[in-house]
Design a protein around this ligand. Structure first.
Ligand SMILES: NC(=O)c1ccc[n+]([C@@H]2O[C@H](COP(=O)([O-])OP(=O)(O)OC[C@H]3O[C@@H](n4cnc5c(N)ncnc54)[C@H](OP(=O)(O)O)[C@@H]3O)[C@@H](O)[C@H]2O)c1
Length: 275
């Protein structure tokens, strides 16, 4: 099967290319800079931007399936992707969305994903939406504060989230791209545990074998955040995104990875951070 993958220089797309390649599928990676693509030798590289309809349609031409993720929150990019998919007539499409699209009440960021899903659904092709919760790789966003201030900023207090390993999102994408019966479905993907920010920092500290300091976000810090992030943190703090699903296990046949396992695999990213 010939499958086009976007975001192949990133976490999910890169793992997805490797999974599909190992399973014997022909992979096409749609990348902006082929020199940055560290992918299996058999991967066909197609150069282009997600905002370039013609280049994307050319890359999609003849593909039997496609994994599409956006590089921004702009519906113009969604419209470009829809036009390219229609022009190329790709029969099977998996779109990366977000848990925010189905959380009620909806965070501001969730309304963006819901708007994009609505466009896809109205456009005709029966796509499958993957709606992951917060990525375990978001832990890497702690690095600037750890380097600069020696602590993680806790903006979500007692609120719990269900971090999901991007490798599990890729595994679900591989299953959906190559299996039948997923058209028109939406899958909410979570990890297997509900954790506060402080609990995540404690798990990271145990994996690193040294403390990870945490400081509560000050009102001034929260006020300085861009509104969508402030709004998302408020939803998380109020425990409104604290739920688990069995979708990863159901679709891949194995339990989702734990946050501890992700931390153990990624200790090198935190080397040299003094706390
Ligand atoms: N973080 C979360 O908790 C969360 C939750 C739900 C959904 N999401 C969604 O997940 C996606 C990010 O996934 P990820 O972590 O695997 O990505 P990532 O590692 O941050 O990589 C982003 C990928 O997108 C590519 N890209 C960005 N803009 C592009 C453009 N204009 N044209 C072509 N390629 C472009 C990048 O290519 P270059 O190498 O060329 O930059 C890179 O391969 C986003 O769509 C986000 O909305 C995130």
């Amino acid at each position: 099967m010939s499958i086009l993958i976007t975001g192949a220089t990133g976490h999910i797309g890169g793992t997805l290319v490797r999974l599909l390649d190992t399973a014997g599928h022909k992979t096409r990676a749609y990348v902006r800079d082929p020199a940055r693509a560290k992918l299996p030798a058999a991967t066909e590289l197609r150069q282009g931007d997600l905002d370039d309809r013609e280049a994307l349609a050319r890359a999609l031409d003849g593909a039997e399936a496609a994994f599409l993720m956006q590089g921004n929150h702009d519906v113009a990019q969604t419209e470009t992707m829809i036009a390219a998919v229609r022009a190329a007539g790709v029969p099977r499409v998996v779109v990366l969305s977000s848990i925010g699209a189905v959380v009620e009440p909806q965070p501001l960021m969730g309304t963006w994903f819901a708007a994009k899903e609505k466009l896809w659904s109205a456009a005709g092709p029966a796509v499958t939406f993957l709606r992951p919760s917060s990525f375990m790789t978001n832990t890497l966003w702690w690095l600037p504060a750890l380097r600069e201030h020696g602590h993680v900023v806790d903006a979500t207090g007692p609120g719990r989230m269900s971090p999901v390993d991007p490798d599990d999102i890729a595994a679900v994408a591989a299953a959906v791209l190559t299996g039948d019966g997923h058209a028109g479905q939406g899958y909410t993907l979570t990890g297997q545990e509900l954790l506060t920010t402080r609990e995540q920092a404690a798990i990271l500290a145990a994996a690193l074998g040294r403390p990870v300091a945490v400081a509560d976000a000050t009102p001034a810090y929260l006020a300085g955040l861009p509104e969508p992030l402030r709004d998302l943190n408020a939803h998380l703090r109020d425990d409104r995104v604290a739920f688990l699903t069995d979708a990863v296990a159901r679709l891949t046949g194995r339990a989702p990875g734990t946050f501890e396992a992700w931390c153990r695999r990624n200790t090198s990213a935190f080397e040299g951070i003094a706390v």
